[in-house]
Design a protein around this ligand. Structure first.
Ligand code: GLC
Ligand code: GLC
Length: 810
């Protein structure tokens, strides 16, 4: 069943049934100010860091679902309703929500009254704009009352939801005309406040939640709305809110519109106050003045559209499959930008207070993003690298506001450092910017021990070699990519962390997955060295890599597939000898991507085993058979009921690794078959089963062992976005940046006869046409550039602003 449809021309997903199986959200904001917005106008805003600078409140896990947000209330005689249906849930005559790129439009109609909310965050300004347009579509005069409402968060979202003895007393506001200032904690240590304003005079306002809602009131029936007027309250402590009220008399066909803004403002410390206790509003006024007319509102929206037009024009594909086109050209690229901005910090499933930016997560997010805004990717690489420890290890997470590693979780996730090589290499291939390797970058945010970025890569590489176990495979540490494979922790009591309990980083447990990574990204590291002319070291690196590849085949091969790991007692994990968890997906994908066993047959065997044991109609499960009991030596992975999360869920993030592996083996039909299984747009028709947004990947789909097989969870913030984008564009469509040019080596379904791609690469637009006259799945017969045949290999543009490339497969 569908709850809407794709509008590809407008690049929107159009929801016309408000009872979506879960809130279907959008992300507004592209740089510092962000808003999560659901299809019924639920959500919240924050500045840079969803924990430390939360601007509005959101109650996760609440009932009724998704009641906090940016709702507009309408009182039309005795009927109270919202254009987005929530929170009142009064049935609407018509409803539509259009989620677009960085904006959403929600339009509800009831009793001949249309109310439309157009919401976006403009480029380069810290403000959420909401233009509300009310139209009397009937033939009689109408008298209605319109209310806006937001509930402020007291900045630190963790404190806000736990430290009530303090925060019930801190709330402070000021009101000037239609502008409500949330200045809580500004008097002492903060130099920032929020402003909630309207570009028209209000008939009344509220800043105290008790006044607007009523002490025992509810968002479903706010007291002020019932009364038809706010109480002009000034909050002192408790819960400061912002509410505007407009009393409207509308003739038939008459329209009223108001721009409402929620801004975040920082004031230089010396200028904080204009009089004792009176905040300096100058910066807020400047901000409000930039968005006080419809022309300004529209122009801001146009700038946003131009921004996305430009970004998306850097990679455009035309195949005869609309679903593929819309994913690559619009939604997957969009999600890559969102994951780049958010890492795993703030979604409807990540509370924004739990973790900051993940080291490995952010490195991987870059893979799908670097071609869009290389400058921001560069900055991010340097930020991440600056948190690296001197021994080459990495903090597992860092806070986006401070850019410092989180010491509560620390390091010791032994795959982390290698991802830094992965993203730096991808960046250099994309941009040719070798200079980045000379940038001086701190270790552990300490400028005294700064070293060139190349040195950071060197230490990443050596970190693996310095941490080998008894089989000469890499030690796993606290966990590798699979955060839940906790082979050293032995967490036995409730409340003990699965990852940092007990010895946590033992000298025995080894990861075949990290070994695969070391081979794959170690090769890249060696090519970088070679390119720089550091030949001795390049050779040594290559030797270490080849040794590791042999070790994998020797100690990491189980007969029909790659082993997953050795545990703290030296016992095999992911082996046919095991009673459960006989085979895992991760090493099959990573080792084959690294080229291990491709020539000697193991790779094919491993893929056959994946097909036989892990494949389902909704994607490939993480392991099989699922663990049915908790196992102290394995940790969190066995804490989940069978079929969920890392315990045999379909973890979408690593499905593309298998797809990549299939393309390496030349299996275009199979690669595409697998691609479709987890691709949300291909699942639109079964939204009642899949439940999450048909335009965004989710982290996990319940596996075949789960009662809810096929149900998606944790949409939006997942490495799946970057990996599916990369596997489709590089692995299947075959467009891969190389140090000296762009290579084209497709692996596609045999019945695809032709497709076209526009790809911006280092300031040249490559117009590429791929033809497949013989119906093959892989193989390039000839390449022409501007009509002239060129040798196989990287295609250079020699400074041209555009080139035509024709690739004939066969
Ligand atoms: C989550 C984490 C990621 C990890 C994965 C598997 O997506 O963000 O870092 O690799 O789970 O455990
Ligand atoms: C990853 C896993 C999740 C686990 C978490 C621990 O995100 O997906 O299951 O709880 O890591 O940090």
């Amino acid at each position: 069943m569908k709850y809407g449809h794709f509008d590809d021309l407008k690049r929107e997903y159009v929801i016309d049934n408000y009872r979506t199986p879960l809130p279907w959200i959008n992300y507004l904001g592209s740089d510092s100010f962000f808003t999560l917005l659901s299809n019924t106008a639920g959500g919240y805003s924050f500045y840079k860091d969803a924990r430390l600078r939360r601007i509005t409140r959101y109650r996760y896990n609440n009932l009724p679902l998704d009641q906090d947000g940016f709702h507009i209330y309408v009182k039309d005689n005795d009927i109270i309703w919202n254009p987005g249906w929530q929170p009142v849930q009064e049935e609407l005559d018509e409803y539509q929500c259009r989620h677009g790129l960085g904006y959403s439009v929600i339009n509800g109609k009831k009793n001949k009254l249309s109310v439309k909310q157009e919401l976006y965050v403009p480029m380069n300004d810290n403000i959420l704009l909401d233009r509300v347009t009310v139209t009397n579509e009937g033939n009689e005069d109408k008298t209605v009352d319109l209310f806006s409402f937001v509930e402020f968060c007291l900045w630190d979202a963790m404190d806000d939801s736990s430290n009530f003895q303090r925060n019930y007393s801190t709330g402070e506001v000021e009101v000037v005309g239609s502008a409500i200032y949330h200045k809580t904690e500004y008097r002492e240590r903060r130099n920032h406040y929020a402003v909630f304003y309207a570009n028209r005079p209000v008939d009344s306002f509220d800043t105290s939640r008790d006044s607007f809602m009523g002490v025992y009131g509810s968002p479903r029936q706010p007291q002020a709305v019932v009364n038809g007027s706010c109480g002009n309250s000034i909050a002192h402590g408790w819960q400061p809110v912002g509410a505007h009220h407009f009393h409207l008399e509308l003739k038939p066909q008459e329209t009223f519109s108001v721009i409402i803004g929620l801004g975040y403002v920082e004031v230089p410390v010396a200028e904080k106050f204009v009089a004792p206790g009176v905040i300096n509003k100058k910066y807020a006024e400047d901000l409000m003045n930039r968005y006080s007319s419809d022309e300004q509102f529209d122009e801001g929206m146009n700038r946003l559209r131009r921004f996305w037009d430009e970004l998306l024009s850097r990679f455009e594909v035309r195949t005869d499959n609309d679903v593929v086109n819309r994913m690559v050209n619009i939604w997957n690229a969009y999600q890559c930008m969102v994951t780049f901005n958010m890492s795993r910090s703030a979604s409807y499933y990540e509370s924004g207070i739990g973790r900051g930016m993940g080291f490995r997560d952010s490195c991987q997010d870059l893979l799908g993003f670097v071609h869009m805004i290389p400058e921001r990717a560069r900055e991010r690489i340097l930020d991440i690298a600056a948190t690296q420890k001197e021994d080459g290890g990495a903090y597992h997470q860092y806070q986006p506001l401070t850019k410092k590693g989180n010491s509560d979780i620390g390091g010791g996730f032994n795959d982390d450092p290698l991802w830094l090589i992965a993203c730096t290499d991808a960046y250099i291939r994309e941009t040719g910017d070798w200079d980045i390797l000379n940038e001086m970058v701190d270790f552990d945010n300490n400028p005294e021990v700064a070293a060139p970025l190349l040195e950071h890569l060197r230490r990443s590489f050596n970190y693996t070699l310095n941490n080998l176990g008894p089989n000469k495979l890499p030690l796993i540490g606290r966990a590798d990519w699979n955060d839940c494979l906790n082979l050293n922790c032995f967490s036995e009591h409730p409340g003990e962390s699965f990852q940092i309990t007990g010895p946590s980083e033992g000298p025995v447990a080894e990861s075949v997955f990290i070994a695969g990574m070391f081979v794959k990204y170690g090769r890249d590291y060696a090519s970088i060295l070679k390119h720089l002319g550091i030949n001795d070291e390049a050779e040594k690196a290559t030797e270490a890599v080849e040794r590791m590849a042999e070790t994998v085949l020797d100690k990491g091969w189980d007969g029909q597939w790659f082993l997953r790991a050795y545990d703290a007692f030296g016992q095999k994990i992911g082996s046919d000898e095991c009673d459960e968890g006989k085979i895992f997906i991760e090493p099959q994908g990573m080792c084959i991507m690294a080229g291990i066993g491709v020539e000697t047959g193991e790779a094919q065997k491993a893929l056959d085993s994946v097909k036989e044991r892990l494949d389902t109609k909704y994607g490939i499960v993480l392991l099989n058979p699922a663990y049915t009991t908790y196992r102290l030596n394995l940790g969190e992975i066995s804490s989940y009921p069978p079929g969920y999360k890392e315990n045999a869920g379909i973890f979408c993030h690593n499905n593309p690794w298998i797809i990549f592996a299939e393309t390496i083996m030349g299996h275009g039909d199979r690669a595409f078959e697998l691609y479709k299984k987890t691709c949300p747009a291909f699942l639109e028709d079964i939204s009642e089963i899949h439940r999450t947004e048909p335009y965004a990947y989710c982290q996990m789909v319940a596996g075949k062992d789960a009662p809810t097989f096929g149900e998606g969870k944790n949409s939006w913030l997942t490495g799946t976005a970057a990996w599916t984008f990369t596997v489709l564009t590089e692995g299947m469509l075959g467009i891969k940046p190389d140090y000296d040019g762009l290579t084209v080596d497709p692996c596609i379904p045999h019945d695809v006869r032709e497709y076209k791609i526009n790809r911006m690469f280092r300031n040249t637009m490559y117009h590429i046409t791929v033809k497949n006259p013989d119906g093959v799945e892989k193989g390039v017969k000839s390449i022409r550039v501007n009509g002239t045949e060129v040798p196989a290999g990287a295609i250079r543009a020699n400074g041209a602003s555009e080139i035509e490339v024709e690739v004939i497969m066969g």
